[in-house]
Design a protein around this ligand. Sequence first.
Ligand code: NAD
Length: 485
Amino acid sequence: MPPHTVEVEGVELSTDHWIGGERVASAERFAVRSPIDGTHLAEVSAGGAGEVDAAVAAARSAFPAWAGLGPEGRAPILRRFAEAIRDRADEIAPVETADVGSLLVGNRMAVVPRAAHNIAFFAERALELGEVIDSEQALNEVRYDPSGVAALITPWNAPFMLTTWKLGPALAAGSSVVLKPPEWAPLSCSLLADIAAGAGLPPGVLNLVQGIGEDAGAALARHPDVARISFTGSTDTARSVGRSAALNLCPVSFELGGKSPLLVFADADLDAAAQTVAAQYMNAGQVCLAGTRILVEAEIAEALRQKLAAAVAALRVGDPREPGTRMGPLIHPEHFARVSGFVERARAAGARAAWGGGRHEAGELYFEPTLLDGVERDSELFRKEVFGPVLSWHTFSDEDEAVELANDQEYGLAATLFSKSEERARRVADRVVAGTVWVNCYFIRELAAPFGGSRNSGIGREGGSWSFDFFCDLKNVAVRKGSFD
Ligand code: NAD
């Protein structure tokens, strides 16, 4: 079959899989459209069990040599890879914007540099792994051995960033990789495979199988030769991936959904708090970490609301390629229907839209920034992740009530709080159930810190050496003291 390529925003890219250092086409293909205006972008190879088998076999045969290089041998290649990502920012950013609908300026200025950092950071961190624990009888040498083939399964809301967040530590750990990108936005991952190859990543170390989740994703999750599965996506899909992984006793890392609280206490800097609440509309609310449950101390609720209304009024919704735009479209008609359905059902149950609530005039897939009052605690909207620009507003009268409202949920991904009292902030941070708590800030993600979710928001933590705890097989070599004397 001849290779398939397509031009997106002036960038030529392959729409086929990348297996063992070669482009491989499937007879079956799926269409990818831009959420910006519905433009047909590409027909992409749709893989299944056969392509996954080939990719895992290629990864297995590339594994010994890649693992054998050691962190020192891998680091120069990964540094080149990171540099090549930076060099190609002007290609990656517009492709990601066309595919996902996320802001071009954000992709160019923040996402691509961060993606490069994801690769570079873990390459360096791998050089520091290991320790020696001195005990009475032995020196215990703790080693981080490469574990084999890692399956990486990523979602559509920020595919380039989230893929490199997994790929960096996996490659640095000596794993070879099979990547399954999201079917609603697969294109930047194809570019990533080319960039990796151009930077000198050996054939078979990174393999890409595109396809529908239930086909390619499920085949990868159940493959017996996969040593690790790192999955980011919805909690429901994670349950299915987890069932497959259990059959092979394959360790999983799950980064899942959330319904994160954003708490504003009466002593907070209200300007900063209002700006941060408005920032929850970022990426049209398609952000796992978004604080969508807004909890406000009653006495400042009105004042905060006025500031928030002003911030939201200034938020321009429209084409994400235009520099002044602050919010683009939702990813897909199916997702638009899902978000609309949440809002319609909430309103039917008595919630009121303070602003927004439906389709924005910018186009088919654009949803208005929405704030709902009167959302009941036992309602679906209070409890479920909408994954759109939809916030619910609740007041509390004291700290206990605030914490109770924050924790009354199945998730535990993140929490944000604003207060000028350090004592209170630390107390509340102790009490909320969340993998990350931001105090008087939002969205600071330090790569050296652990990242992940509690409860139904995930299993495990990645970041820093926690990523290596997951991707590596830890080995303790206990050498009896004096036994070589
Ligand atoms: P999703 O679960 O539908 O899909 C995620 C990936 O899994 C896709 O590549 C998909 O093709 C694949 N997949 C689907 N069914 C599969 C199956 N049966 N077996 C194996 N793979 C399968 O999620 P989505 O809609 O792409 O992404 C949105 C979700 O991701 C939200 O819940 C969001 O909160 C979550 N998310 C979490 C984080 C985090 O870091 N915690 C980050 C971003 C997104």
